[in-house]
Design a protein. Structure first.
Length: 247
């Protein structure tokens, strides 16, 4: 819990600084974030899940084309799950075409059992990673985009040493249900290689929201098509309640 308390202090400090700088726009151009609670935490790579309820924080501090985007995930009882500290740059911003590049250091946490003084004891172990991404997108219409996402990651500790994650994605946004309610849908397919094992998957992201209202509901559905990567479930899904704040 010491790590959790330290991080909560850091998180509160970042929120305070972000809101202060929102009122006095001398440093940041924008600050925003989302807090989500879900019955099943799903990773950045959707084929992996926590398997338990989770609390997720996504923050974004923007200055010009640069942004700092912490992505922090906790099990609902307070144990940290993963921390990703994204640094992103909007390399190209055209009317229809955009290109984003980014990189992050990351910590992934797990509970392990050790023997101390002859007795089993659970401790929290962290594993270190770095990764880089590239994400070109092309806008087909007012509410429709297609794109590619590629991430390469490297691990420094016990576990997976190299990860390659390639996604073909599409986005259909602001699809009206009524005057006030709309939904976003993003069907995707992806290839995942972790060391010498690989897999192909399909995933869908769906969000239901109300205009000018900070709370939304989202869901993820992930299905393995053909994979060598185990252990994992053939099909995983979740539903999340999200609260958006900031600019």
């Amino acid at each position: 819990m010491k790590n959790v308390n330290l991080f909560l202090v850091l998180f509160t400090t970042l929120l305070y600084q972000g809101y202060s700088q929102e009122n006095d726009r001398k440093f940041l151009d924008d600050f925003r974030g989302t807090a989500s609670v879900t019955h099943n935490g799903i990773s950045l790579v959707p084929s992996f899940s926590l398997g338990d309820p989770a609390l997720l924080f996504d923050l974004k501090f923007t200055k010009g084309k640069l942004s700092f985007e912490p992505d922090m995930r906790f099990a609902l009882e307070g144990k940290p799950w993963s921390f990703l500290f994204w640094f992103r740059y909007k390399a190209v911003e055209k009317e229809r075409f955009s290109l984003r590049i980014g990189a992050h250091p990351a910590l992934n946490f797990r509970t392990v059992t050790v023997i101390r003084d002859g007795q089993p004891e659970e401790i929290l172990e962290s594993r270190r990673y770095v990764a880089a991404e590239i994400a070109p997108n092309y806008k087909l219409g007012e509410n429709t985009e297609i794109g590619i996402y590629y991430l390469h990651g490297r691990g420094f500790d016990e576990g997976v040493k190299q990860t390659n994650f390639l996604v073909l994605n599409s986005y259909f946004n602001n699809l009206n249900l009524t005057k006030d309610f709309y939904f976003n849908i993003s069907p995707q397919t992806y290839y995942l290689r972790m060391d010498d094992k690989e897999g192909f998957y399909a995933v869908g992201f769906v969000t239901l929201a109300k205009r000018d209202f900070p709370v939304s509901i989202s869901a993820i559905f992930n299905k393995a098509i053909d994979t060598q990567i185990v252990p994992e479930d053939d099909f995983i899904w979740n539903v999340s309640v999200n609260y958006s704040f900031g600019s």
